[in-house]
Design a protein around this ligand. Structure first.
Ligand code: AP5
Ligand code: ZN
Length: 214
């Protein structure tokens, strides 16, 4: 399957991705995770993206399209993929269509993580991540077995620099202005399934599985 996950910051994209990834053996491409890795490694790409990400704004279309174009060439992504956090502008969606057209494939489903903005601050400010894998935890909703420690690797967890109430406001603004139109773009193609992202994680997973098996 070729899937896109769209939703505002904190809507649960990164939480649900590994579950479908395991179930359908797909590659999981999260542009936010890839950009954070580039920032941490201080690559030329990371140096360009750092400030924009810390402000909660979108990095340039060319930059992320380049990352995705490169990543999709991996053999593990040929049978199918989950795009988490991409495309985020109509321009990115059009570029993706061009890439897929060249391969003679197309998107099967766009999962729209629908949720009210008011719920997101608590989710974002309570989040802790394992930087290397992108695994998300939450102090209240999904606590790790040992506070501050990743369940799988035993490595320390950290908070994202953009996970403050202040930066969340810009991220939400970018979502409504630039990413909402992407949902409309895919609606015209009839591939969007809306998920009740405000429900507990297990219920969201169940809804997602229902959509994907139909
Ligand atoms: P990115 O990393 O994609 O961040 P985002 O879109 O803001 O999304 P998040 O990762 O914050 O949310 P999520 O939906 O994954 O939430 P999660 O599952 O972790 O992008 C970061 C930045 O990179 C952007 O601002 C931009 O600068 C740049 N960028 C990335 N892609 C780009 C692109 N294509 N174009 C341009 N720029 C780009 O859950 C959040 C928390 O809630 C966790 O603590 C979790 O445990 C908890 N939780 C999850 N589900 C539930 C639930 N159902 N109930 C209760 N708690 C829950
Ligand atoms: Zn995420």
């Amino acid at each position: 399957k070729r899937l896109i996950l769209i939703g505002p910051p904190g809507s649960g994209k990164g939480t649900q991705s590994p579950i479908i990834k395991d179930e359908y053996c797909l590659c999981h491409l999260a542009t936010g995770d890839m950009l954070r890795a580039a920032v941490a490694a201080k690559t030329p790409l990371g140096i360009k993206a750092k400030e924009t990400m810390e402000k909660g704004e979108l990095v340039s279309d060319d930059l992320v399209v380049g990352i995705i174009d490169e990543a999709m060439k991996k053999p593990s992504c040929q049978k199918g993929f989950i795009l988490d956090g991409f495309p985020r502008t109509v321009e990115q969606a059009q570029k993706l269509d061009e890439m897929l057209q060249k391969q003679g494939t197309k998107i099967d489903k766009v999962l729209d993580f629908a949720i009210d903005d008011s719920i997101l601050e608590e989710r974002i400010t309570g989040r802790w991540i394992h930087a290397a894998s992108g695994r998300s935890y939450h102090t209240k909703f999904a606590p790790p077995k040992v506070p501050g420690i990743d369940d799988v690797t035993g490595e320390p967890l950290m908070q994202r620099k953009d996970d403050t109430a202040e930066v969340l406001k810009s991220r939400l603004q970018a979502f409504h202005k630039q990413t909402k139109p992407v949902i409309d773009y895919y609606n015209t193609k009839g591939v969007v399934a809306t998920l009740p992202a405000e429900k507990p994680p297990k219920e969201v997973t169940a809804e997602m599985q229902k959509v994907l098996s139909s």
